[in-house]
Design a protein around this ligand. Structure first.
Ligand code: SF4
Ligand code: MG
Length: 335
């Protein structure tokens, strides 16, 4: 499949009062066109930072230390602000976690959607309204001709997120980013939004990058999965590989803590015993070593090799490749 977005060796620091936090280290993964990529990890794993890096919307104390984010072969990290804004307005859009804080409370949806289409100088106001109404209908908002004149506070949480998705899709973006898009919703609404995203994805052949700490949501919705831990990617694979043939001890720990693991969207990430490394300190060896049940002495000092999968995915662990390889790892997953 064609690669739409290619993240290569991305490293990002945050300057904080505690010192420099190495928030992302050497993040590498491709996103294939027309697929849904899920990024899963605990809070603080850096998954949202990856998303904001793609959008060029990192906080002011962030510093990109290296790498590339290639979108249709342009490096987003080296794009000027004008080109970046244009790309963000047309080709890449985002669905936020909490529509109440990302939508403009004093503007009705018609007005917010006109503003999104401001670059379409060849469209009349009536055409823009029609396009907006059609998009609201597509995301399942009933009676969109009249509801488009309402304000965010008139909408229920689920309807507000549907409106957020309609706004994100209005320009026909090639890439849709979603940061925990169902976290603010109850389980019923969450399931509806998941179904909607899946429908839209197959209808519009959109490419989606979805960030979530919800393993069930990732299993339900995604084609490919990136597993992040403490600012690094530890494993990449297809959804089937991650849930049925996980290679990395961290991914194994996430799955094994939770036997009823597939497709339960109300399930959250399990807690794994041990400490998350202090990312203000230089890291040596394997990032997961402080919590890994399979840790060997070398894991503390020697960086683990990348064990490639035939599918193009990979996992970073000494058990999988090199002199410390264990032919009995990973044990079969009993699914
Ligand atoms: Fe565990 Fe060592 Fe593999 Fe890291 S490299 S995940 S510490 S076995
Ligand atoms: Mg987050």
């Amino acid at each position: 499949p064609e690669t739409l977005l290619d993240i290569r060796n991305l490293s990002v620091d945050f300057r904080t009062a505690r010192g420099r936090v190495k928030a992302l280290r050497d993040i590498t993964f491709p996103v294939s066109k027309g697929r849904i990529m899920g990024i899963v990890g605990e809070s603080g794993s850096g998954k949202s930072t990856v998303l904001w890096s793609i959008l060029g919307l990192l906080a002011g104390n962030a510093e990109v230390m290296g790498g590339e984010i290639l979108f249709q072969d342009d490096d987003m990290l080296r794009m000027g602000p004008t080109a970046m804004r244009a790309t963000r307005g047309e080709d890449i859009s985002v669905v936020f976690q909490d529509p109440m804080t990302s939508q403009i409370p004093v503007l009705n949806y018609a007005r917010q959607m006109f503003d999104i289409l401001y670059r379409r100088r060849n469209m009349t106001k009536a055409e823009k309204r029609k396009a907006a109404v059609e998009m609201m209908r597509k995301v399942g908002i009933p009676d969109p001709e009249s509801r488009i004149d309402q304000y965010p506070h008139h909408f229920s949480g689920g309807m507000r997120q549907r409106a957020g998705i309609a706004m994100a899709l209005l320009t026909g973006p090639k890439l849709l980013l979603a940061d925990e898009p169902t976290t603010a919703l109850d389980v019923t609404m969450e399931a509806q939004i998941i179904n909607l995203l899946r429908e839209l994805q197959s209808d519009l052949e959109a490419t989606i990058v979805l960030v979530s700490h919800n393993l069930g949501l990732i299993a339900e919705l995604c084609d490919d999965v990136v597993v992040m831990y403490a600012g690094e990617v530890v494993e990449v694979g297809t959804v089937h590989e991650i849930f049925h043939n996980a290679q990395h001890p961290y991914t194994r720990a996430l799955l094994e803590c939770d036997p009823a693991r597939i497709s339960d969207v109300s399930r959250k990430l399990p807690v794994i015993p041990g400490d998350i490394p202090d990312l203000t300190k230089p890291q040596q060896g394997c990032i997961f070593a402080s919590r890994c049940q399979r840790r060997m002495p070398e894991c503390r000092t020697v960086e683990p090799p990348k064990a490639m999968r035939a599918s193009g995915g990979y996992a970073n662990c000494h058990l999988l490749e090199g002199p410390l390889r264990d032919p009995d790892w990973p044990p079969p997953l009993d699914v």
